[in-house]
Ligand binder design. Structure first.
Ligand code: KG4
Ligand code: ZN
Length: 353
């Protein structure tokens, strides 16, 4: 028998996403972004994001259903991001998901946003191998993980950022370079015409799986300030920063694979859409004999399909649904894919590789 169709809802930051997944297959998804409304402030304004989710949620769900040729009556479960993210933004998606689950009599699953980023890749490339190393690089997080069974096993952190996230570094340096928000895509575009060796930038924390991007950000800002009164070679600055970030990320990720004897690297999150991160990861994985998996750019940035993908894995693993009074957790640490106890008897302790 087919497993149920899972509706996934994402609203943790400035994207409102709805996605439909069954048996690991993406049936349809839609995303609305309030990015343009934040651009003039140079960053996401939480209240504006929350209000935009209120307006976008129903149309986005309707568009996802239309794309899949489905109606609400076809749904079998609802999954929603319960954290981490902006509190007000999370509340909107969670309230919507609870309402649907209650009205339709469906089980509800609370999903960790970052587990969603990991699961996004399964929609493009099938089930994840057990084990795999996952590099999550987004606007708020940078983590190197050892992932076993995403629906059942605890997620092991090999390294995390000690300060800024990789995407945050792109966004902040972009501002210094006079590039628009969001900075990552702007730096990616500007870097095409620049020399990645033009500006010497540090490669922080060599020899560790942890990351630090604030020194890199300050070095780029100092370089830009040094051009006061002269024209700033923006393309060279963008290319050099992008090269430094891509170098640090991919070097640590590939080393983690070889040192742990893991054959697959999965790179996910908004910064996985970066062209240099993708090409350098490919080059280094090929040289190390590691299989690289990166979702297509549309599934790298925030979307509802990735949350539906986790919901689908949880449903198929027989996980217990969340109670209808489950709360949002804006600063949830990434320990399990589900953000509520799914089945204590079945949850596994960490297993050695
Ligand atoms: O995963 P995501 O959509 O949202 C969070 O969960 O944070 O990631 C957003 C981040 C932003 O910092 C944005 O600048 C960055 O991903 N980003 C990129 C690119 N596209 C998005 N960074 C570098 N190059 C890109 N092409
Ligand atoms: Zn994200």
């Amino acid at each position: 028998m087919d497993s149920p169709i899972v509706l996934g809802i994402e609203s943790s930051c400035d994207e409102t996403g709805a996605g439909l997944v069954r048996d690991g297959r993406l049936l349809g998804h839609a995303v609305a972004s309030s990015m343009d409304e934040h651009a003039r402030y140079g960053g996401v304004v939480p209240e504006i994001a929350a209000r935009a989710h209120v307006h976008a949620l129903r149309p986005v769900i309707r568009r996802a259903l239309e794309q899949a040729g489905l109606g609400l009556a076809d749904l079998g479960a609802v999954a929603v991001t319960t954290g981490p993210g902006l509190s007000g933004a999370l509340q909107v998606g969670l309230a919507g998901a609870k309402s649907l689950a209650y009205a339709l009599g469906l089980p509800l699953y609370g999903v960790h946003h970052l587990a969603g980023h990991v699961a996004a890749d399964t929609l493009a490339h099938g089930p994840l191998p057990d084990p795999c190393v996952v590099l999550i690089v987004s606007g708020g997080h940078t983590s190197l993980l050892l992932v076993r069974d995403l629906a059942r096993d605890p997620i092991r952190h090999l390294g995390d950022t000690l300060d800024d996230a990789a995407g945050e570094c792109f966004d902040k340096v972009a501002r210094v370079l006079g590039l628009p928000y969001p900075g990552g895509p702007a730096i990616d575009r500007a870097a095409r015409a620049g020399d990645p060796r033009a500006v010497p930038l540090p490669r922080p924390l060599p020899g560790s799986y942890d990351f630090s991007f604030s020194g890199l950000k300050s070095a780029a800002a100092r370089w830009a300030e040094g051009h006061a009164g002269r024209e700033l070679p923006v393309h060279d600055g963008a290319a050099s920063l992008q090269e430094a970030v891509a170098d640090v990320l991919t070097r640590k990720a590939v080393t983690a694979c070889t040192e742990h004897g893991v054959g697959t690297l999965v790179v996910v999150g908004g910064v996985a859409a970066n062209s240099r991160v993708r090409s350098l990861a490919e080059e280094r994985c090929r040289a190390a004999g590691v299989t690289l998996r990166v979702p297509p750019p549309k599934l790298c940035t925030d979307n509802g399909a990735m949350i539906a993908a986790v919901g689908d894995l949880l449903v198929r693993a027989g996980a217990r649904p969340a109670p209808l009074d489950v709360s949002a957790d804006p600063s949830a640490p990434l320990e399990h894919a589900a953000l509520h106890p799914v089945a204590p008897a079945r949850a596994r302790a960490a297993r050695p590789l």
